[in-house]
Design a protein around this ligand. Structure first.
Ligand code: ATP
Length: 303
């Protein structure tokens, strides 16, 4: 028998009156994969995650996790899934250990679960601290500890890096790498491509509730294409000379001529010589590359 997908959503839709928050989303995540849902604010990430977890009732579509249909009453699957959505909540007057012990009792775990997860999340120095006195980063770690205490096969995190400083983000990254090595499937959401590019092997881009791109992180990164930017005093004459030599000059406004063909990017000296020979020597010539965020924004830009 083949292993079922860790997450399998088909036609997932959520409508709030006249807002379609999630629009016929198909999502498949394989066991062991780390998958990031990427989208701007309001794209539908939180609604999607909440539907996957059975916390929001879909208007349409189906979800199964680890081969089991998601229904609040389907208890068995929740022993294999951990999640952290929105701000982690803890009993503020209880210590870190007491908070974790409460979760362990609810889940019917044995006494070793609490020290094990304290060690794994680096929370031992804070074990006796009341939850309300924790920094944002440590509160987030406590939230993750609660999500991981039962060693789930699937971990779902909504914006896990939100509000964390760079050191906190690096810690989360290290933890997720460790979980990936243990074969845990991770689904997370974010609005920052540069952040998820380092956390996830696959990215789905959500825009207005629709999955507009789904593929390997490396392929998305490769879309940040280089181009040659050329400035000449007489743009029309320069562009004409380039077109006569078979270059596609695009229609960028302003002074600049943009060339995206590989031969232009690889051999800017040929372009310079050609323009000089045509009496339009370049006053500026530069190979430029979009950063990842620009590339992502181009993907979700209104057509
Ligand atoms: P953010 O990063 O800001 O949380 P998001 O990508 O998680 O954004 P969602 O929170 O899923 O996006 O929201 C998607 C859309 O659905 C938004 O237009 C939002 O206003 C709308 N929406 C979400 N929840 C509700 C609700 N309970 N009632 C009405 N509209 C809602």
């Amino acid at each position: 028998m083949t292993t079922p997908p860790a997450i399998d959503a088909t036609g997932l839709t959520k409508r709030y009156r006249d807002v379609v928050a999630v629009d016929r989303l198909d999502l498949g995540v394989r066991p062991g994969e780390s998958y990031a849902l990427l989208g701007l604010n309001g794209a539908g990430k939180t609604t999607t995650i909440r539907m996957l977890l059975g916390l929001v009732r879909p208007t349409g579509g189906t979800v199964s996790l680890l081969g089991e249909a998601v229904r609040p009453a389907a208890r068995a699957v929740w022993a294999r899934v951990g999640y952290l959505v929105e701000t982690p909540s803890a009993y503020p007057e209880l210590t870190v250990t007491e908070n974790l012990a409460a979760v362990a009792r609810l889940r019917g775990l044995d006494g070793d679960a609490v020290p094990a997860v304290l060690a794994r999340l680096g929370l031992e120095p804070y074990a006796a601290r009341r939850a309300r006195t924790l920094s944002l980063g440590n509160a987030q770690r406590l939230g993750l500890a609660k999500a991981l205490i039962h060693r789930p096969e699937l971990l779902v995190l909504d914006e896990p890096a939100n509000g964390l400083d760079p050191a906190g983000v690096a810690e989360i990254r290290a933890l997720l790498h460790e979980l990936a090595q243990d074969g845990v499937t991770v689904l997370l959401s974010s609005h920052i491509l540069t952040e998820v590019a380092r956390l996830a092997g696959r990215i789905g881009v959500l825009d207005h509730g629709k999955l507009v791109w789904d593929g390997a992180t490396a392929d998305l990164v490769a879309r940040a294409r280089p181009r040659l930017s050329v400035t000449v005093r007489d743009r029309a004459a320069g562009a004409e000379a380039l077109r006569a030599a078979g270059y596609r000059t695009g229609n960028a406004a302003g002074e600049e001529i943009l060339l995206t063909e590989e031969r232009a990017v690889r051999r800017p000296d040929d372009v310079a010589a050609l323009l000089a020979g045509a009496g339009c020597p370049p006053t500026r010539l530069a190979v430029e590359q979009d950063d990842l965020e620009t590339c992502f924004l181009r993907l979700v830009a209104a057509p």
